[in-house]
Design a protein around this ligand. Structure first.
Ligand SMILES: Nc1ncnc2c1ncn2[C@@H]1O[C@H](COP(=O)(O)OP(=O)(O)OP(=O)(O)O)[C@@H](O)[C@H]1O
Ligand SMILES: [Mg+2]
Length: 284
């Protein structure tokens, strides 16, 4: 009976039919300065400066091995930077482990699906809630309402997220039965369950059908509309360019350009290093 999701803000009249998102605020949520990662003699990421603003979709592109996932790994706390600093919401976070980054509102999905096997879709999302649930549970218990109600509320929130990513009818299914594309969407629901302020999506469209890409694109827009900043690695420019507010281009670990999608498409160095190889970009 409950409406699947009540979204606020957009209202019925969407005007021109394009992206109806409000203007991107300028406040930087994440500020990376001089971020570097060396693996032995290999400079995977070198002196990277990156600002991510609240509620924006920032695309990260570049050839294979350019350092995109390594950058994500540092921001998400999976890898400690060799050098440089990460400041999130005004606080220094450099080198903190993943659980500490998650606790502060930075959550990522992986380039390859990593569901908790032999669990249902709903259980997977509830694992993602773990951090928040603990706090919420205590609050509720202290208020004398009881754990049963807290649990019911957690299930309700998990189900809302599952519906949001379009997996409503599979919520009781074992994750092993999901298609690859459904697994990608589950990863996003699980990441959202921790209520991040910044979500890092590493090639979320890879391997998806056109219909799934379309759905994913709407989901990413909606995430940003809810005020969550999105850092998005993608090789599929037809997917990324219409979505991104800004794009950063990496090549051999270094940032070679940043700007609006239109600026990036017109950038000679970017075309030479990357976009030229991708061929037909013109409809993006
Ligand atoms: N744990 C590691 N140990 C050693 N070298 C690594 C490690 N992780 C990444 N590298 C190397 O660092 C460089 C950057 O890799 P990274 O995975 O960040 O690239 P990417 O831009 O994400 O590429 P792709 O588009 O193929 O996913 C590559 O040369 C890669 O082989
Ligand atoms: Mg990668």
């Amino acid at each position: 009976m409950n409406a699947p999701i009540q979204r606020t803000g957009t209202g019925p009249g969407t005007g021109t039919g394009g992206s109806a998102r409000p203007a991107v605020p300028t406040r930087p949520l994440l500020v990376a300065r001089g971020l570097s990662k060396h693996f032995g003699g290999l400079q995977a990421v070198a002196e990277l400066d990156l600002d991510v603003r609240e509620g924006e979709i920032l695309g990260v592109i570049g050839p294979n091995g350019a350092g995109k996932s390594t950058t994500f790994n540092m921001i998400a706390g999976a890898l400690a930077p060799t050098r440089g600093s990460l400041v999130f919401d005004g606080k220094e976070l450099t080198g903190l482990p993943a659980h500490a980054m998650a606790a502060r509102g930075i959550m990522r999905t992986f380039q390859h699906n990593k569901p908790f096997a032999s669990m249902t879709v709903r259980e997977n999302v509830m694992v993602g809630m773990h951090r928040r649930l603990q706090g919420a549970l205590w609050r509720v218990l202290l208020a004398g309402v009881g754990a049963v109600r807290a649990e019911r509320e957690a299930v309700r929130q998990a189900d809302e997220l599952i519906t949001f990513v379009g997996l409503g009818q599979w919520r009781d299914a074992d994750v092993d039965t999901l298609s690859f594309g459904q697994g990608r969407l589950l990863e996003i629901a699980r990441a959202l369950a921790s209520e991040p302020r910044l979500i890092l999506l590493d090639e979320p469209a890879a391997g998806l059908t056109p219909a799934e890409c379309e759905r994913l694109s709407g989901i990413v827009r909606e995430i940003a509309q809810r005020g969550i900043a999105v850092l998005l690695i993608e090789h599929d420019m037809r997917f990324l360019m219409p979505l991104a507010d800004r794009v950063v281009v990496l090549n051999f670990g270094r940032k070679i350009a940043q700007g609006t999608p239109a600026e990036i498409r017109a950038d000679e160095a970017v075309v030479q290093a990357y976009l030229g190889d991708l061929g037909a970009m013109t409809d993006a």
